[in-house]
Design a protein around this ligand. Sequence first.
Ligand code: PPE
Length: 302
Amino acid sequence: MKAEKIWMDGSFVDWDEAKVHVLTHALHYGSGIFEGIRAYKTEQGTAIFRLKAHVERLFNSAKILKLEMSYSRDEIFQAIVETVRVNRLDSCYIRPLVFRGYKKLGLSPFTCPVQVMIAAWEWGAYLGEEGLAKGIRAIVSSWQRSHVNSTSAKAKLCANYINSIFANMEASELGVEEAILLDSNGYVAEGPGENIFWVKGGIIYTPPLSAVLEGITRDSVITIARDMGYEVREEFVARDVLYIADEAFFVGTAAELTPIREIDGYIIGSGERGPISTVVQEKLFNTFKGKEKEYLEWLDFV
Ligand code: PPE
């Protein structure tokens, strides 16, 4: 994973020179927020998917963590576009990060400067090409999502991802590709870096937005599925509902739409990518590539 330049605090620096001090506040306490965005190669050139929504969420996350941004939404939007352009990337993943830098250690963050960086690089299928086509295996993690009074799920906080990392390590040590986390009430919440959907009797379900990140892919999938005529419901359910679902899938910027074929050893549906997952995935992937006219407004061309 490498590209040429990284945008750091207002200017481009060489990839290998984008460095911070070891006493950076965020390195010790996770006091940062980030975004994950993808750009895709389309017939009309490289396009960034739902950039406005990602910039909006970045600013909301910054507000929740009280990180004063010295750039406007428009400046960050332009800097992200420029980062893709200067690196001459077509399909890529983009990672903006806003964090407390180095000045004085100790929990109180306010004396530490707010730093901003934007990197972009080529990143293929998050859970493997085969996973996109055939589905992956998952477990329900013994780690649960943090209670809404323990952290903010609305903010894409660096520190939140420790919870995700525990779940990820557990899944990989058990030999499956991904974990599913329950919320503090025991209901299905999301993956470590994905929202989750399942299908039962032709209806598509996903958990409500409470302890889960308000995913932009989640929103896109709900919109696309409803436009296709499917009913989409938001419901709190226990893990056993997943075991008897007809289909299940993860969605996220990195994971795109990845079917889940097995959960805790239970085969989901027919054990392969289900029919509704297949058509929604196809529509979503065509949308990314600018092939769906009705969703062209979601693309910003580089
Ligand atoms: N939940 C979580 C916890 C999450 O981190 C993501 C994105 C989502 C849901 C889906 O949100 P959206 O990308 O807006 O559809 N996870 C990012 C980081 C993954 C990583 O490994 O790093 C991502 O997909 O970019």
